[in-house]
Design a binder for this molecule. Structure first.
Ligand code: ATP
Length: 698
């Protein structure tokens, strides 16, 4: 499948504000209401600490007003909020656009109430799913729709599958297109609204919730519900268009102050993680709002799993709505003010929205030439049969029947043997294709785990270096040992998974060798039968018909072989893309570091050693000559050429056999990569980054 290019449209991030009703607890604390909705877009926040009699500050306003796309207060119903923020995204998702709704705000401000709601007052999740299924039902006559749902939480920077909690912690991965994916996530496919609701309820029960002083049922994690809608026309066509729309609904954990939540121990650690990811989110909002305003800013999504997952929602291909929540109470004034400031900045964020159209013709195009060849072969066969018929002879079925009767079933036996040999070969081929694909996936999984481990090891080495003195380092180690957190769980999990993955790879490889051997024997067997046939068949026409039958089956076999080679090529290219992706990330980082260093040197007028100055000139020279861009263009070009259908099956097969990276290449590259990673952990640079034929170094 390939993406169908389509014009992208600019959207600004829609920001809504919801002020929850004042609670009994607020009133008991003696709080007054300081947040008011003025009209459907404007809210005002009054400072409870300001003294109206303070003449020195008399000129300063006691209140600050904020404008949003839409504002709600305690009078708004769940339906009001849903209709004004989310309902109109449903059509967009069904048409193949991505959309995101996320609830943001301090702890206890009403995020879970808006997103999940109560049984009597369901929130956005349920209302959206209901309307989505209704809309899909209206279109089922002409469109074939499938809906997939996944539900995860990010708790203490670990991703847990709420629909399959036994699956352990999940990893984030970036695919060849730079899209972030969660490896191993459970995606339930359903076309039944009730079923999806029960999955949601099941998932919610798994969510990490605790009681804090600020909220009796405080969500200690960020929850992300993803609904994917895939649609294709019911009319079958070779150039079938598939629309894929994704809707993310996110209930963030609350921003919190340790003093306000009175958290200690485990709760405090949770709070630190929550705040870290929300800080990363706030930094992204800051950078993105600057970017869309004055100067270009680097947006660092990598600081937390939350921001990596919300990358598209914030700065990419998504229509996004942020529902900001605040409490009206004077006791929550500080949090409300900070939240309003961020929400105000988020209004400047713009996203570029593009419909996700996939064209199935990408796969089909690769088979077009094969199908065309087969068709001409069949045409020739038919012409041959017609000719025979014109000669007053019997049609092909009769000839076949005659052939079967010939020599008292001797030929029939041979024919059966030949057919079953072909069938078996096809089965083996199919299994080989699946094994090849599975093996590639295992290999990619292993590489990613290795990357996770070495990333962390490098990070630790860097931290140790930064800590400087031995005394400080010892203290850091002691602290890590005391907290039992010497190695984060995701690294331990990656280590644990490498062994089984390699064992699995070993198994698939030996199975593959077995099958290949079997296939070679089968081929030998069928060619022997083919040789035997002419000796048993006397009649010329019958012999010709049998030869033609063999030819048809050979062609069928060839087709499967080509399909398998195409799969291998796709997998190999996927691996290459992944490697290039990592290089890209590393390059971006280096770019950033070099530019910041250069700015620092210039700003402080520092003296730079000659060698370093030469390196700088070389680097900036390359940049200005555009060499790097040319290489990148070359990569884009070589990736794009995959989309070009090749009319000649022979050329394609030849290309495939030359292009596919052999297993030994990959293993060699992986060894070099590991060696380099280890070396760079200790020395800060790889021993020979150019030595590996396949660049596995990041
Ligand atoms: N609009 C509302 N109407 C009625 N009750 C509300 C509203 N918003 C919030 N509440 C109530 O306030 C309390 C706190 O709300 P909620 O748990 O949704 O906050 P939260 O922002 O998700 O907090 P946390 O970040 O700690 O999970 C709940 O008891 C909830 O029922």
């Amino acid at each position: 499948m390939k993406d169908v290019p389509e014009e992208s449209k600019d959207y600004h991030l829609k920001v809504a504000l919801r002020i929850r009703p004042i609670s009994d607890a607020d009133v008991e604390e003696g709080a007054t209401i300081v947040a008011h909705k003025i009209d459907h877009q404007m809210v005002v926040l009054m400072d409870p600490c300001e003294d109206p009699d303070d003449v020195l500050r008399a000129k300063r306003s006691r209140e600050k007003t904020y404008m949003f796309d839409v504002a709600f207060d305690h009078t708004a119903t769940q339906e009001d909020v849903y209709v004004a923020t989310t309902k109109n995204l449903i059509d967009a998702v069904i048409s193949g656009y991505n959309a995101t709704v996320f609830a943001y705000g301090p702890t206890g401000a009403g995020k879970t109430y808006t997103m999940l709601g109560l049984d009597s007052e369901p929130g956005i999740y349920i209302r959206t799913l209901n309307d989505l299924f209704e809309a899909i039902e209206d279109r089922t006559e002409d469109l074939d729709c499938s809906v997939y749902m996944s539900y995860i939480e990010i708790y203490n920077e670990m991703i847990r599958d709420l629909l399959n909690p036994c699956s352990g912690y999940l990893e984030l991965r970036e695919d060849a297109k730079g899209e972030i994916r969660i490896a191993g996530i459970t995606e339930f496919s359903t076309c039944n609204a009730k079923e999806i609701m029960s999955l949601l309820t099941k998932g919610n029960k798994q969510r990490t919730q605790e009681s804090t002083a600020a909220n009796k049922t405080s969500s200690r994690s960020h929850a992300i519900l993803q609904v994917t809608v895939k649609q294709k026309s019911r009319v079958k066509d070779i150039n079938e268009e598939v629309r894929v729309g994704k809707l993310f609904m996110v209930d963030l954990a609350g921003t919190e102050r340790a003093s306000q939540t009175q958290n200690r121990g485990k709760r405090m650690k949770e709070g630190a993680h929550i705040n870290r990811s929300l800080l990363a989110l706030a930094n992204c909002i800051n950078a993105l709002s600057e970017k869309c305003g004055k100067g270009a800013q680097f947006v660092n999504y990598r600081d937390s799993k939350l921001t990596r997952l919300l990358k598209d929602a914030l700065g990419g291909n998504s229509r996004t709505v942020m529902i900001t929540h605040i409490s009206p109470a004077s006791t929550n004034f500080e949090e409300s003010r900070n939240t309003l400031v961020y929400a105000d900045k988020a209004k400047n964020i713009r996203t570029k929205v593009k419909r996700n159209l996939l064209n199935v013709s990408y796969h089909l195009a690769q088979y077009t030439s094969i199908i065309a060849d087969l068709r001409s072969e069949i045409k020739w066969l038919h012409a041959k049969i017609d000719k025979e018929q014109q000669k007053g002879q019997k049609d092909i079925r009769e000839i076949q029947a005659e052939v079967q009767q010939y020599s008292q079933g001797e030929i029939a036996g041979l024919r059966e043997q030949l057919l079953s040999a072909f069938k078996e070969q096809m089965e083996i081929r199919r299994s080989l294709v699946e094994l090849e694909s599975c093996n590639m996936e295992l290999h990619i999984d292993t590489s990613r785990h290795l990357l996770t481990i070495s990333d962390w090891e490098q990070d630790r080495a860097r931290r140790e270096r930064d800590e400087g003195s031995g005394e400080k380092r010892d203290r850091l180690k002691e602290e890590e040992e005391e907290s039992g957190m010497e190695e984060p769980q995701y690294v331990a999990a990656a280590r644990e998974q490498i062994g089984p993955l390699q064992a699995e790879q070993g198994k698939t490889m030996s199975l593959k060798h077995e099958l290949e051997e079997k296939l070679a024997n089968m081929k030998l067997k069928s060619s022997k039968i083919e040789e035997l046939l002419p000796q048993h068949v006397s009649n010329d026409e019958q012999r010709e018909i049998l030869t033609l039958l063999c030819k048809v089956h050979e062609l069928e076999l060839e087709k499967t072989e080509i399909r398998s080679a195409v799969l291998c090529k796709d997998n190999a290219l996927g691996t290459k893309d992944f490697i290039i992706q990592r290089h890209e990330q590393q390059r971006e980082l280096c770019y950033d570091i070099i530019h910041q260093q250069k700015a620092l040197i210039e700003e402080r007028g520092l003296c730079v050693p000659e060698g370093l100055q030469e390196l700088y000139s070389l680097y900036f020279g390359e940049l200005s000559e555009g060499n790097i861009e040319q290489i990148l263009d070359l990569h884009t070009f070589s990736t794009d050429t995959r989309d070009v259908p090749d009319n000649s099956a022979t050329i394609m097969t030849r290309q495939i056999t030359h292009d596919v990276i052999s297993d030994s290449d990959v293993r060699k590259a992986e060894r070099t990569w590991r060696k380099n990673r280890k070396f760079s952990c200790v020395h800060g640079h790889p021993p020979d980054s150019s030595s590996s034929g396949l660049d596995y170094d990041r």
